[in-house]
Ligand binder design. Structure first.
Ligand SMILES: [Zn+2]
Length: 286
């Protein structure tokens, strides 16, 4: 009798050990699938937008493609990226570069946003309201001709500079998101989800520093800037990272490795990569 009881205990203990071992051994992705994040968890999850400026023909083409490829071909599937097109000088006629950019944007699918970075890369604060409206209209026409599946909502003002007319022109032309700059070096508007339209989501981190010629920083330096912006404004929980093609030239091998490392650091720390549109959609009431 006593022996049978002991055997029963041993059996139960063995079952518990097996169950715990199975749970422990389960890969992270399987655990996440068992318990998908709730809506609340998704809202409070920190998010980061990577913004690549100055996409155009015949100028630092290698440096443009290297970072786009890094996001499109990221191990395990594409990661979100927003590219800023200069309307007049991108796809002036059909050419190999425009074709390659388009192929990678297709690979990114929903995770690829195409933003307007103006028609001629001129400072908008030197233009009239009408000139700003016309510039935004031509830029959107170009983007929607080349990328018919994309809806142009986001404007990256050249030199991150804008004035009140810019906001008015954006509303007239159907743009709802702007991305300027708010870094420790220069902040003309902290932006954020203040209920204002268009919403301004400025860059507060940069892979290549804040003054030209831009040069790739270390992964640790870039990640610190991202963390600083996430915790700024009473833990706003979002960050936008500026990137320029010149940082990714000379084959872009080292710079691309650093970029891949930064993406990995974000993911390992629970920071989700999103486009501007995805970030806005994740905030209720916007
Ligand atoms: Zn630019």
């Amino acid at each position: 009798m006593q022996i049978a009881k002991t055997k029963g205990w041993v059996k139960l203990l063995a079952m518990v050990v097996v169950a715990v071992t199975m749970l422990w051994g389960m890969p992270q992705s399987a655990k996440a699938a068992t318990n998908p994040p709730t809506v609340e968890e998704e809202i409070v999850r920190p998010k980061v937008v990577f913004r690549l400026d100055d996409i155009e023909d015949y100028w630092r083409e290698e440096g443009q493609l290297a970072p786009i490829k890094t996001f499109a071909e990221y191990p395990g599937g594409p990661e979100s990226l927003t590219i800023g097109i200069i309307g007049k000088t991108f796809a002036q006629e059909w050419n190999d570069h425009a074709d390659e950019v388009k192929q990678y944007v297709d690979m990114l699918g929903e995770k690829g946003e195409v933003a307007c970075h103006s028609t001629k890369h001129e400072d908008f604060t030197g233009m009239t309201l009408e000139e700003q409206e016309q510039d935004l209209q031509l830029c959107r026409d170009k983007i929607e001709t080349v990328f018919p599946s994309k809806n142009t909502k986001t404007f990256i003002p050249p030199f991150n500079n804008f004035n009140e007319d810019t906001k008015e022109a954006m509303l007239q032309e159907g743009y709802s998101i702007m991305s300027s700059q708010c870094s420790p070096e220069w902040c003309m508007d902290p932006g954020g989800f203040t209920g204002e339209s268009p919403v301004n989501l400025p860059v507060g981190a940069s892979t290549g520093g804040w003054t030209g010629p831009y040069q790739m920083q270390s992964a640790e330096e870039i990640f610190t800037e991202i963390q600083d912006q996430l915790s700024s404004n009473n833990n706003q929980n979002w960050s936008v990272v500026m990137m320029h093609p010149e940082e990714y030239e000379d084959g872009g091998v080292n710079a691309t490795n650093t970029l891949r490392e930064v993406i990995k650091m974000c993911k390992e720390n629970g920071i989700k990569l999103v486009t501007f549109s995805e970030l806005v959609e994740s905030v209720p009431g916007t």
